[in-house]
Design a protein around this ligand. Structure first.
Ligand code: KG4
Ligand code: ZN
Length: 356
């Protein structure tokens, strides 16, 4: 029996979780959404200060809730990157202190791989798989041979999918992070094919989403009545009839469907280039999107390949996925020493494990 602590502080959510032999004992998540909402994006300095404030008490509350003593923890799994440097350092520093004090192994976890493996928390995944990771900062395609063997086969050349959703939301005067607002508006609208599929007329597995974001900006400039005049607090309380008249629902639907179709085209291509793959995984915050989920389900049915997609709460950042992903390294008896660095976005995460 191994009890692993997971710590997640890569961006604007502080998370802690306890995982026992792949089973979740308990988790806590403190979102900073409200702190950043009015700025239209995460303010790194505010994010790291908030992590620093909340992490120790969140950890103690988790132990209390689970009835677990600190000395019962066998290893600490912490997000090492990619993410915001200041935010990562808070989690990593805390994890190092605990690992040193308790004299237990420290495992630095790749946040993106953890998102993908989150799909295996709820249902056993078949490997090898082609995985599409769509989050706020990344759009990656992987060939995943096993839970510890990831090969990057495609990536965005500019904006990540989540970034495109958030930027479009910002143009519409919606709060940050705006992806889920667009999702709700788009689900009530009709796809009128306003936007063209971005970066699909090629042979590669890469993506580009900055063009469609600019197309939305241009569309809004021609239709200046579209954005909300004041930032709504909750989309549920908006008068949908008024929004419908303005064509906002249809614009959001066109945007969302275009993104979903683009992702399916590249996924299909990846599957033909990696025919050994026996499953498809779709993960990351944007995998919570209802339209994208239904496109993925239709596509996987069409090609008769099983789809593994985490339930919506498991798509966005959480510490359970960090403990779960770290568990695969722990099982291989691999960990890190206390000198490991946090790795910011855009830098390769080395496989610098050592034996426990
Ligand atoms: O994976 P995640 O929680 O954090 C990162 O590692 O980036 O992803 C956050 C991203 C944000 O861009 C957010 O707007 C987007 O996921 N997101 C969604 C939905 N829920 C979250 N985008 C579209 N539709 C959703 N339902
Ligand atoms: Zn994430």
């Amino acid at each position: 029996m191994a009890l692993l602590l997971g710590i997640e502080t890569s961006c604007d959510d502080t998370g802690v979780a306890l995982m026992e032999d792949g089973k979740l004992r308990g988790e806590l998540l403190s979102s900073q959404d409200k702190l950043h909402a009015v700025y239209g994006g995460v303010v790194p300095e505010i994010a790291s200060r908030a992590h620093l404030e909340i992490l120790p008490s969140l950890f103690q509350r988790l132990l209390r809730d689970c009835g677990v003593g600190m000395e019962e923890i066998d290893a600490i799994c912490v997000t090492r990157g990619p993410g915001l440097m200041g935010s990562l350092l808070v989690g990593l520093g805390f994890a190092k202190g605990l690992a040193m004090g308790l004299e237990i192994p420290l495992i630095g976890v790749n946040h993106l791989h953890a998102h993908v493996l989150a799909a295996a928390m709820e249902k056993e995944v078949i490997f090898p798989a082609v995985a599409l990771l769509i989050s706020g900062g990344h759009t990656h395609l992987y060939y995943v041979k096993s839970p510890t063997e990831f090969k990057l086969i495609g990536r965005t050349l500019d904006d990540a999918v989540g970034e495109a959703f958030d930027k479009v939301a910002k143009l519409l005067n919606l709060p940050y992070p705006g992806g889920r607002y667009i999702d709700q508006l788009a689900s009530k609208g009709e796809n009128r094919g306003i936007f063209t599929l971005p970066y699909v007329d090629n042979q590669n597995l890469d993506f580009s989403f900055s063009g469609i974001k600019t197309a939305v900006l241009n569309y809004i400039q021609v239709n200046p009545g579209l954005p909300f005049s004041s930032m709504p607090e909750k989309i549920e309380t908006m008068d949908l009839e008024i929004i419908r008249k303005k064509g906002l629902l249809d614009m959001c639907a066109s945007f969302n469907h275009t993104i979903a179709r683009t992702l399916v085209i590249k996924l299909k291509r990846a599957l033909s280039m990696y025919p050994h793959a026996r499953a498809i995984i779709v993960a990351g915050g944007v995998a919570a999107n209802s339209i994208i989920r239904s496109y993925m389900e239709d596509f996987c049915r069409e090609v008769s390949v099983p789809l593994f997609i985490p339930s919506p709460p498991r798509c966005t950042d959480n510490a359970a996925m960090i403990a779960f992903a770290g568990g695969f390294w722990y099982k291989r008896r691999l960990c890190h020493d206390l000198f490991i660095d946090a790795i910011p976005r855009g830098k390769e995460i080395p496989l610098d494990f050592k034996e426990i």
